[in-house]
Design a protein around this ligand. Structure first.
Ligand SMILES: CC[C@H](C(=O)O)C(=O)SCCNC(=O)CCNC(=O)[C@H](O)C(C)(C)COP(=O)(O)OP(=O)(O)OC[C@H]1O[C@@H](n2cnc3c(N)ncnc32)[C@H](O)[C@@H]1OP(=O)(O)O
Ligand SMILES: [Co+2]
Length: 140
């Protein structure tokens, strides 16, 4: 069911500092402008890779779902991985049928790439927060 690795989510207390590290230390050359996703409680900034992306995420406000994560990991860290799926509704239903916990209301929400996403609870996925994302019509 899971397809391409669309992105690796990296939580950071400062997208600005993380961008400087990816650019100056790691030599990333295609770094997008950050943008706000208030409904999801995060600022987002994509670092393009030849075969995927790094998704830098910073808390937008005190209600951010990554606040606790950063409280435990003050310098940030690898937060989630995102796989593309052909049909997000079918994938959501399959996950529930297989006993996995779909986070939030269970209804897909629009993610950073403008397509529906869901998250699975890490307790069902070997301690790794997994995001499933509707495969974009035009590829990522
Ligand atoms: C949506 C825009 C963008 C996109 O790609 O489109 C994004 O990806 S934004 C990403 C940020 N949004 C989310 O992560 C939404 C889903 N996440 C959540 O609902 C929460 O983060 C949740 C429920 C996974 C954890 O919430 P919280 O940390 O507040 O709860 P706890 O501290 O009680 O943790 C519960 C349990 O889960 C473990 N945990 C927490 N975060 C992670 C993680 N990133 N990876 C692995 N495990 C995680 C935590 O250690 C606790 O484990 P326990 O054994 O119970 O101590
Ligand atoms: Co993500």
């Amino acid at each position: 069911m899971i397809g391409k690795l669309n992105h690796v989510g990296v939580a950071t207390p400062s997208i600005e500092n993380s961008v400087a590290m990816y650019r100056d230390l790691l030599g990333a050359t295609r770094i997008h402008e950050k943008f706000a996703m208030p409904d999801q409680g995060v600022w987002v900034c994509f670092v393009d890779l030849p075969n995927s992306q790094i998704e830098l995420i910073e808390p937008y406000d005190d209600k951010s779902p990554i606040k606790n994560f950063l409280a435990k990991n003050p310098q940030g860290g690898q937060h989630h991985i995102c796989f593309e799926v052909k049909d997000i509704i079918a994938a959501r239903d399959e996950m529930i049928a297989k006993g996995a916990t779909v986070l939030g209301t269970g209804e897909p929400r629009i993610g950073a790439h403008g397509v529906p996403i869901i998250f699975l609870h890490p307790k069902n996925t070997g301690g790794v927060l997994v995001e499933l994302m509707q495969e974009p019509a035009h590829g990522h």
